[in-house]
Design a protein. Structure first.
Length: 134
């Protein structure tokens, strides 16, 4: 199944998934290794859940390092990412850890994930995100 489909598991750093592991990056990475590895291709570390709250870089680094040390799962980060400075502020994280990025609410002027995506913002975000990888 994994070979045919990319399967994502959302690990919410502000929610239940991490708190169930005692807010411990090593426990989270061990849970991914023992329960999900081989079934999923990516985890999404999301501090925002579509609310536009900026990703907590120092917080997420511990989880990235622990997950990379214990698994072969790819990592996506999310949380308040969007065009311009909203993605450039995680450029060092992208370059150092080669994580992918995800944006939702910041692709709308309103910041509400229930509103339609504003494609001009999405195109600007994609352009800026690509610049973070070069």
């Amino acid at each position: 199944f994994k070979e045919e489909h990319n399967v994502y598991q959302n690990i919410e750093d502000s929610g239940k998934s991490i708190s169930l592991c005692g807010n411990n990056p090593i426990a989270v990475s061990e849970k991914i290794r023992t329960e999900y590895e081989g079934l999923i291709s990516h985890v999404i570390l999301d501090s925002s859940l579509g609310q536009g709250v900026p990703v907590k870089v120092p917080f997420v680094v511990g989880y990235i390092e622990a997950i990379r040390a214990k698994t072969n799962v790819d990592i996506t980060i999310a949380g308040g990412l969007g065009p311009g400075e909203k993605v450039f502020r995680v450029k060092n994280l992208i370059k150092e850890y080669r994580v992918s990025v995800d944006a939702q609410s910041q692709l709308r002027q309103s910041g509400k994930i229930t509103d339609p995506i504003e494609w001009e913002l999405a195109i600007e975000y994609m352009h800026d995100a690509v610049l973070c990888y070069v």
